[in-house]
Design a protein around this ligand. Structure first.
Ligand SMILES: Cc1cc2nc3c(=O)[nH]c(=O)nc-3n(C[C@H](O)[C@H](O)[C@H](O)COP(=O)(O)OP(=O)(O)OC[C@H]3O[C@@H](n4cnc5c(N)ncnc54)[C@H](O)[C@@H]3O)c2cc1C
Length: 636
């Protein structure tokens, strides 16, 4: 990779949109290296980025457990977990730098969990047979973000990063084919601002909220990525969505948010449903031999730790077959009794209590469980009113993460020169299904270790470029186009709220482009979304004005973009006549109901190009597997 010398770095300006793990780590590192950085987020503080919600952990191939882990195994697990739809080179690099991330975060003071002897602790996550997940109780994202945020604040304090909170990027400015800045709206005053950068980095997160209900933060949205897409950045694998198996089930029509119960719980819990349909008994009254531990039955090698797509589909299959539990019958049990007892027995032995009775084991075991997962158990109790220490949790799959995103090359550059995408905003490393604890790893790899090196490749050729004045016609034009869209929202003065349209979109997406998809449903979804788009633009009601704090206006812009994205997601899902990872086309499955890939025709990344007037052209990046033998995934 070509380098930029320290003196030249000082005259190069970089715009970083996003202050989550990807954006904050990139902004801090680039500033540390000497570049002049401007960082933007729509929250009131960088530390409120959605990354703060991450619970379970972050993977790294440290092999601290001496259980056979290695860079190659992490690489292999990730490619296999993604159902052979990720690019080998990027994933291998991710596995290589994973260990550095842990060192970096520990050096920053991130309080990752430790064993009694002081060594960093690990736990298991899905899709692997080793324990490589580092964690900080059930708040790993928060602690990692505090690390990245502290590094960022340090640079802000030194004047090397200029931070713009409560600013929303609404357009990329492209001059002579290169990204040269952004238009951002000050969300407090409504003022539109122009910002120049020799390069623009988007670490703007995922788009799971296209489904309306998801585990994502309410503010997570696709607008930055979508605007970039409409300015020439290809969108990679838009239909690849992750449905997480362990979420608190939907409880009614008025809900606006779903809650994740971390995958780390699957490590210690056992998932089951009653063997009898519509069993009216309380979970604790159902004897052991009348329970179906269906994941352990179907996948003896991985059991409860199969990847998320597999676990989600298996839960849906049981519920569709009539074995679901709870009032809605759209739930399965996640039970901690066996492990609580096991932990308690160990504790009893430690306390010299020999032959302890079950009650003693449960009492002592509960303390261990509390220490590991206390905040998650409390959250479950607050939301459902049931005590998970006494009764098994009820869980059901929910939208959680988007593997799709802006297409990027090995250097994380989109198809617009000078425009980069990092973290969940890009499509890069997870193929058709992301393994648990790998998003934090990717976001931080991109920000701390990848972009600081790869960006030099582009910037070393930009040394002669002087800052472009903000009255350049491209800035004027970009700002005018943003203004006209905002004015249009206010002018419609329709009868329906923004949420009305968002909910409708979410319902179409969940039913026809969700956990299971088929050609008929996707074709219907495309025309329903097109109609929804027309209705939105003629009947949405956005109160207030553009030159003030106006959250409804913000939402309108985001939902308008979600509607357009939804259509592309359905087109992508319809184009991909195979099942792989989270993309399950009902027409393509094995006799046992597993995803059936078509490697001959679909071993490619779909990279969609936007064309004027809402049409899209498909480009294909062929996937070559030179270090892994491509095979039918098996977790049996
Ligand atoms: C409940 C939950 C738990 C999770 N737990 C784990 C876990 O244990 N392990 C794991 O590996 N992964 C986990 N994930 C996934 C992981 O948290 C995310 O993939 C990751 O944090 C995304 O980081 P990011 O930096 O790419 O984006 P984000 O953290 O979403 O940050 C996006 C940033 O972009 C800014 N932004 C967005 N659009 C604009 C705009 N238009 N203008 C200005 N700023 C903008 C936002 O303000 C924000 O600062 C979890 C996800 C959820 C939902």
């Amino acid at each position: 990779m070509p380098l930029v010398n320290p003196a030249n770095k000082r005259s190069i300006e970089i715009v970083v949109v996003g202050s989550g793990l990807a954006g904050a780590s990139a902004a801090a590192t680039l500033a540390e290296m000497g570049y002049k950085v401007k960082c933007f987020c729509f929250q009131d503080s960088p530390r409120r980025a959605h990354s703060i919600a991450a619970q379970g952990g972050i993977n790294a191939a440290k092999n601290y457990q001496n259980d056979g882990d290695s860079v190659y195994r992490l690489f292999y697990d990730t490619i296999k977990g993604g159902d052979y739809r990720a690019r080998e080179a990027n994933v291998h690099r991710l596995a290589e730098v994973s260990a550095n991330i842990i060192d970096q975060c520990v050096a920053q003071g991130v309080p990752l969990a430790r064993e009694y002897g002081g060594l960093l602790d690990n736990r298991s996550f899905g899709g692997t047979q080793v324990q490589r997940t580092f964690y900080a109780a059930g708040q790993t994202g928060q602690q990692l973000l505090l690390g990245a945020y502290s590094a960022l604040e340090r640079q802000i304090g030194m004047g090397k990063v200029e931070m713009f909170t409560r600013h929303e990027m609404l357009e990329v400015v492209v001059i002579e084919g290169k990204a040269r800045g952004i238009i951002a709206r000050n969300l407090i005053t409504g003022e539109l601002e122009r910002h120049f950068g020799h390069a623009v980095l988007l670490g703007t997160g995922g788009y799971g909220n296209v489904f309306y209900l998801s585990t994502n933060a309410m503010g997570s949205n696709v607008t930055a990525a979508w605007k970039a897409h409409k300015k020439g950045a290809f969108f990679g694998n838009p239909c690849f969505t992750q449905i997480h198996p362990t979420c608190i089930p939907v409880s009614g029509d008025h809900q606006s948010k779903l809650t994740l119960m971390s995958e780390s719980l699957r490590n210690d819990g056992r998932i089951w449903v009653p063997k009898k349909k519509d069993d009216p008994r309380k979970a604790t009254d159902i004897p052991e031999d009348e329970r179906d531990y269906y994941l352990e039955r179907r996948y003896p090698a991985f059991g409860n730790l199969v990847p998320r797509d597999v676990a989600s589909r298996a839960a849906k299959e049981r519920c569709d077959a009539g074995y679901g539990v709870g009032v809605s019958k759209l739930a399965v049990y996640l039970d901690f009794a066996a492990n609580t007892e096991r932990y308690g027995r160990i504790e009893a032995t430690k306390h010299n209590i020999h032959n302890p009775d079950k009650e003693t084991c449960m009492r002592l075991g509960r303390e261990v469980v509390k220490e590991k997962y206390g905040n998650l158990f409390d959250m479950y109790k607050q939301i459902t009113g049931e005590d998970p220490y006494e009764l098994p949790m009820r869980i059901y799959p929910a939208v959680h993460y988007t593997m799709g995103g802006l297409w990027v090359d090995y250097n994380l550059m989109t198809t617009v020169p000078g425009l980069y995408a990092l973290g969940e905003a890009n499509f890069s490393d997870h193929g058709a299904n992301r393994l648990g604890a790998s998003a934090l790893m990717q976001g931080l790899a991109d920000g701390y270790f990848v972009i600081p090196y790869t960006i030099g490749s582009y910037l070393s050729k930009e040394l002669a470029t002087k800052p472009i004045p903000l009255d350049h016609p491209a800035f004027v034009e970009a700002e005018a186009s943003v203004k006209s869209i905002l004015d249009k929202f206010i002018a419609i003065k329709g009868t329906k709220s923004v949420d009305h349209f968002h909910k409708k979109l979410g319902k179409i997406m969940w039913e026809k482009c969700g956990m299971a998809r088929n050609a008929k449903g996707l074709t219907e979804a495309i025309s329903e979304i097109q109609q929804l788009r027309k209705d939105f633009w003629s009947d949405v009601r956005v109160p207030g004005s553009t030159d003030e704090f106006n959250p409804e206006l913000e939402k309108a812009g985001r939902v308008a973009d979600f509607i357009e994205l939804g259509e592309l997601m359905c087109m992508d899902a319809l184009n991909r006549n195979e099942s792989c990872g989270g993309h399950f086309r009902e027409e393509y499955q094995t006799e046992e109901g597993e995803a059936l890939r078509d490697d001959e025709n679909y071993a490619y990344v779909s990279a969609w190009e936007y064309k004027e007037g809402m049409s899209f052209e498909l480009h294909k990046e062929e996937l070559k597997f030179e270090n892994i033998k491509i095979a039918q995934r098996s977790y049996k």
